[in-house]
Write a protein that binds this ligand. Sequence first.
Ligand SMILES: [Zn+2]
Length: 215
Amino acid sequence: MFLGHFAAGMAAKRLSPTTPLPLLFIAAQFVDLLWPAFLLIGLEQVAIVPGMTAATPLDFISYPFTHSLLGTLGWGFLLGGVVYAFRKNEREAWIVAACVISHWFLDFFSHRPDLLLAPGMDIKYGLGLWNSLPATIVVEFGMFAAGIAIYTRITKAEDKKGSIGFWVLISALAVIYIGNLFGPPPPSVNVLAYSAIGLWLFVAWSWWVEAHRKS
Ligand SMILES: [Zn+2]
């Protein structure tokens, strides 16, 4: 899942309007933000297999540290703990942890069975939404639209940067996702990993956008 994670971050704003959107984006995408580093140091493996599923050519061979349920729980409590240490808001820390953990459940719906409950286990889980391109598009864009609706009800632009900047961010995410669905597969795992690091750009962008919006 891609847009659905950003949707979860925007929707979480409703539960905690004072939590910065970049922090909610980091939380909802935390394990995908870590994943390229795990790929590049060789702790996790992915292969590019065109036709693997209708929606993605990626074969997630092994990613127990970032994408097992136990791993995701661990990252969730870690990030929630760090946020609590700095911001002293217990409710916010729980919401951040829940956003991190939501990633596993959203991936569970979309991935083919490639997700573990814990590192070292054998059985892999995934409901395989990605096997259907139309269903993937309906679910991802439906969630994205819901997230946008919630976020734009809770925050209002203070100037053009806050409004146009927000919609350019939204459009960029949508265009990238459409490119992933219909474009050619990445030429190599290294290119994939380095472009996945680019996800941090959207965190920075959301920080800039939200500086021009108010709750
Ligand atoms: Zn993921």
